[in-house]
Ligand binder design. Structure first.
Ligand SMILES: [Zn+2]
Length: 228
């Protein structure tokens, strides 16, 4: 995608324009630029980065994006194709099924992710995992590892990605430095999906099954002996 600002102070966006999940209304929506920096001022000061305020076409709330300037020419201020989203949509996650401590830790992990602090997200995910291991014991830890292996197969994760996820979640703080790998936006996105599935398989699915089974027991017809 190509972005540039014209001498008429208009932001030109190629193709479909910008669409993202709005942090205010959580809908995947198109954005309309409403405050673009002035071409004259940019050309005079030549900053390396600039910010544009957009309006969410679904809810009209403001969304701020930061761009890196690629080049200043007489006719356009050219921007790099990737932009930084200052405020991200919160991830929806049924946290109430988690043990209390893990719930608090993972909530903070999600806040780190929403703020694009990906290594902080990794560290808080490890603390969440450590809290779960304490809660579930050695057998529970092994089961979590099996679930991670299953996710690896289902999601067709490559060896390198899997090794990084394993190091984040199952590595020990006593491992030689650096005991946690560096995570970029892509790694963190994969870790988020893996955590979502791991926690779903371990807690949400179980809690829903227990609920359903309890309900079935309650409404089950009397057995032959009882009906006797
Ligand atoms: Zn919106």
């Amino acid at each position: 995608m190509t972005f540039y600002i014209t001498p008429q102070d208009e932001l030109h966006v190629e193709y479909q324009g910008i669409a993202l999940t709005c942090p205010h209304c959580q809908t995947l929506s198109h954005l309309t630029p409403i405050a673009v920096p002035r071409f004259d001022e940019l050309s005079a000061r030549r900053p390396k980065h600039l910010g544009v305020v957009f309006r969410c076409d679904a809810c009209s709330e403001p969304i701020f994006l930061k761009f890196t300037v690629k080049a200043y020419t007489a006719l356009r201020v050219e921007l790099a194709p990737n932009y930084a989203q200052i405020e991200r949509a919160r991830e929806n996650f049924p946290l109430t099924y988690l043990p209390e401590e893990a719930e608090g830790l993972f909530k903070e992990a999600l806040s780190c992710y929403a703020a694009s602090c990906f290594n902080a997200f990794g560290s808080m995910s490890r603390r969440t995992a450590q809290s779960l291991f304490r809660d579930l014991g050695e057998r529970g830890k092994l089961q979590l590892f099996d679930t991670l292996q299953e996710i690896r197969l289902l999601a067709e994760l490559d060896d390198q990605t899997f090794a990084r996820l394993r190091a984040v979640l199952f590595g020990s703080d006593a491992d030689p430095w650096p005991h946690q790998p560096d995570l970029d936006a892509k790694d963190a996105g994969i870790l988020l999906e893996v955590m979502r599935d791991l926690l779903y398989q371990t807690f949400v699915r179980k809690a829903r099954l227990v609920q359903a089974v309890t309900f079935r027991k309650f409404v089950a017809p009397p057995s032959q002996a009882e009906a006797g």
